[in-house]
Design a protein around this ligand. Structure first.
Ligand code: NAD
Ligand code: ZN
Length: 350
């Protein structure tokens, strides 16, 4: 079977002919129908994250082994099942929960495999969906999908789920101000989810007017270009001069965190999600004086994905899929994302 693999950081992905996976016991093999192209695939391709202080956080130090097939937003149809699989049959259309953990650590035991101490996520630590077929280690990670667009469903596994968790973490309420930084795959999902479940007033920030246009279409009440020199004043004045109760930063770079902290009001909540890299200086007394909360969010748990699929079925979330690629075009897909050419999500149809 064909798979596009990252063989080494920053080297072009190679189209390889890999052996067909054979499922044992509770394992399942899917024919991949669509796989989302996430900005995290770009970081994996880069080989890790810039710390902003002259060092680099290597993916291999976190347990990634190259070559690896990326792709963690996977929708497919079941083609083979192991001997102890139940509730899933050949031909089922399924979405994969890719944030697979060890099953033994405190996070896994509490149902939060996404926060596992030794993660085994699909498309990161084991081969993912930039391939004709993918092996899923256990049938419990599959969610049957029917009645929703397959390509849109793929993007629920990461961009949707991560946005969902982040929105919940803000605890934003009706008529409160929620600033969403970034209008990419994650940001556009978060706008729709926030409008649906929090009824807060959403202000979206991005540096690309095309993305901001899409943000408006997805329901953002206000959009502001971060290149604007008086961005902080602009946002604070939208927030009645007090600042925003909540912020989700889907970029999380030095400039966005600085801006976020400047527009966060007293008692506010800042949720950091993006992995663009770098480090930031924080004026320490402001944290207790404003009694703000700064927290990180990493994807979401299985139960949240089940809930999100139901939300999508009800028509509340409409993922934007703006470009499609073949598996042989995996490098082009990643390059286009890197250059900011994708509005919403791109998918690969192997
Ligand atoms: P994307 O490329 O689709 O979107 C990024 C958006 O940010 C673009 O619209 C871009 O114009 C905008 N942007 C970039 N720099 C900016 C700046 N300085 N100011 C304002 N806007 C800026 O990316 P994505 O797939 O939405 O992912 C966003 C980030 O979230 C990536 O770093 C990704 O790795 C990370 N991520 C984190 C998690 C998690 O669980 N924490 C999960 C998935 C993705
Ligand atoms: Zn992702």
């Amino acid at each position: 079977m064909k798979a596009a693999q990252i063989v080494a950081p920053k080297e072009p992905l190679e189209l390889k002919d890999l052996e067909m996976p054979k499922p044992k016991e509770s394992e399942v093999v899917l024919k991949v129908k669509a796989v989302g192209v996430c900005h995290s695939d770009l970081h994996l391709w880069d080989g890790g994250y810039d710390t902003g202080s002259g060092t680099f956080m290597k993916a291999t130090d976190r347990g990634v082994k190259f070559p690896v097939t990326p792709g963690h937003e996977v929708v497919g149809s079941v083609t083979q099942i192991g001997t102890s699989v139940s509730g899933i049959k050949i031909g089922d259309q399924v979405l994969v929960y890719p944030w697979i953990g060890c099953g033994m650590c405190p996070a896994c035991k509490a149902g939060n495999e996404n926060l596992c101490d030794t993660p085994r996520s699909l498309g990161v630590f084991q081969n993912g969906g930039y391939a004709e077929y993918v092996l899923v280690p256990h049938f419990k990670y599959l969610i049957k999908i029917s009645g929703i667009d397959l390509e849109g469903a793929a993007s629920l596994a990461c961009s949707g789920l991560t946005a969902f968790t982040a929105v919940k973490k803000t605890k934003a309420g009706p008529q409160e101000f929620l600033v969403i930084i970034g209008a990419g795959g994650l940001g556009l999902m978060a706008i729709q989810i926030a409008k649906a479940i929090t009824k807060s007033i959403v202000i979206n920030v991005d540096l690309d007017d095309k993305k901001l246009e899409a943000a408006k279409k997805m329901g953002a009440d206000h959009v502001v270009n971060s290149k604007s020199p008086d961005i902080v004043q602009k946002i604070i004045s939208i927030c009645n001069g007090k600042g925003a109760e909540s912020i989700i930063d889907f970029v999380n770079a030095p400039s966005t965190v600085k801006m976020g902290l400047a527009v966060l009001r007293k008692r506010g909540n800042l949720v950091l999600v993006g992995l663009f890299g770098g480090s930031a200086e924080i004026v320490l007394p402001t944290i207790p004086l404003k009694a703000i909360t700064i927290q990180g969010a990493y994807t979401g748990n299985y139960q949240d994905l089940v809930e999100l699929v139901e939300l999508a079925k009800s028509g509340v979330i409409n993922p934007i899929i703006s470009k499609r690629y073949s598996i042989a075009q995996a490098n082009n897909a990643l390059e286009d994302l890197k250059q900011g050419k994708i509005v919403g999500r791109a998918v690969i149809n192997p």
